[in-house]
Design a protein around this ligand. Sequence first.
Ligand SMILES: [Fe+2]
Length: 201
Amino acid sequence: MPFEVTALVPITGAETLGVHLGKHHQAYVDGANRLMEPMAKKFETAVEVISFARSIEAHGLLEQAGQALNHGFFWTCHQAAGLTRPDGSLEIAINGKFGDFAGFTDAAIALGKSRVGSGWIWLVADHEGAVRLELTRDAETLLDDPSLVVLLVCDIWEHAYYLDRASDRAGWIDGFFGQLADWSMAKTRYEDGLSREPDAA
Ligand SMILES: [Fe+2]
């Protein structure tokens, strides 16, 4: 992590960060490795693991590897400097889709509340620059979809927020996108995605 365990307070407390990163995320990595161990196959990336697991319908491996991949990306979506907002080309795209930043966070909260169980909320763009929100269930990932440019992801599993705010998923989603999300990284990914052919994603 590029920041201290207390750097995300008050949105993510030190205990949440420690458990989430050190227990949950680690368990997914360990679980995926354990399931791959007996396989006579070497993988270069987590996306390769997921593609292989899909092809042989290895659901356990698909879940563990999906969670490992999603968490790895999720941590890179954080910044510890405090409040940031989308700017430049990404701000224009978000305002075009959602009206303004409040409209974006309202839509993200509504999407998160629509999911009874666990999952992930994604801000994605297509290669023409149109942004949208997506929801995936449980361990499903969008990081292996070449038609998408993934900009940010918010973990809406209860382990991401329950120690800090009990069942207040809406408060967590608002806090994540409004105070923790690395909008500078998101803009870089957005602009890079615009100039990249889908097949090269
Ligand atoms: Fe998580």
